[in-house]
Design a protein around this ligand. Structure first.
Ligand SMILES: [Zn+2]
Length: 298
């Protein structure tokens, strides 16, 4: 086993792990236009990507997430860069690896491919599997320790991504879904329950499971969701990476409500609910993570 992965597993068994926060929000503060392909910055503006990783590392984060959320050929096609999967993902992993050194582990980030699988859509499982596998292989080649599959809604897609990452050689795979509040309880956008969502990725071999992002979920809601996830995880470690509150449109820009202090106050509640890794998603900043760090002794 990769010695860094072995050290991660030891640490996870011994103490809670602090994830990092939003990448996209931070790059937008550095000038990335909303909707632009942030992955292109791994090659075009590497110093900006380094600055985000450095800020999270210095905040005390144990995990640095690569700037490759939209790094499948399907999403990159929207930026005319479908042919640059290998280049952009290797570059993204190298940047995070460079800043992580021995102080943090690198999560190679994979988001949804952005379409619908057959029969709802026109993309086959084999095509999507190839796309995820190519991305995961490039992330591992660039130095990712762990593959993070996140913001998933469709358990079939999430399971394909987990299997593809393992087939590419990942020794540890984290899989997380985005949940929203519905009348029936927490569901993914596809209507999947936490129990069914986690069962699908556990069957596919995910090592750590949980939730990230989410719509209309307060930190209180997220604590309740954490307890559901721990039950559904059947003994697998659980990760939660909530948004810094719900997104709101303020003067035409998306803003988030939860302060760093509110995030920090929620951290021990997530741990008490059974989460083993806690980080942030959209709207969370290095200040949010630094405020949480006291709850994550090394
Ligand atoms: Zn998010």
């Amino acid at each position: 086993m990769n010695p860094r992965v072995a050290r991660f597993r030891e640490a996870l068994a011994r103490r809670p792990i602090l994830g990092d926060g939003a990448t996209g929000t931070q790059l937008q503060l550095l000038g990335l236009a909303p909707g632009a392909g942030g992955e292109l910055w791994n090659v075009d503006r590497p110093d900006q990507v380094r600055a985000v990783h450095r800020a999270y590392r210095d905040a005390g984060c144990d995990l640095l997430t690569t700037n490759t959320f939209g790094g499948t050929s399907y999403v990159l096609a929207g930026h005319g860069a479908a042919h640059r999967v290998h280049e952009l993902n290797v570059a993204g992993a190298r940047l995070a690896r460079e800043l992580a050194g021995d102080r943090a582990w690198v999560l190679g980030d994979i988001g949804p491919f952005g379409g619908m699988l057959e029969p709802l859509g026109d993309v086959t499982e084999d095509e999507v599997t190839l796309a995820f596998r190519a991305q995961a292989a490039a992330l591992l080649e660039g130095g990712a320790d762990i593959i993070l599959i996140e913001t998933m809604s469709d358990p079939a897609e999430a399971a394909l991504a987990v299997r593809a990452a393992k087939a590419a050689g990942a020794e540890c795979v984290i899989a997380t879904y985005s949940f929203q509040q519905s009348a029936a309880g927490h569901r993914t956008m596809m209507g999947t329950t936490p129990a069914a969502a986690l069962a699908a990725v556990i069957a596919a071999g995910a090592d750590v499971v949980g939730a990230n992002c989410g719509t209309e979920l307060s930190l209180n809601d997220y604590v309740k969701l954490t307890a559901e996830l721990v039950t559904a995880a059947a003994g697998r470690p659980v990760i939660v990476q909530p948004n810094a509150g719900s997104p709101r449109l303020v003067d035409g820009a998306i803003s988030y409500d939860e302060s760093a202090a509110q995030f920090a106050a929620a951290a021990p509640r997530f741990l008490a609910a059974g989460a083993r890794i806690v980080g942030g998603c959209c709207g969370s900043t290095p200040a949010h993570l630094a405020a949480m760090a006291a709850h994550f002794p090394k």
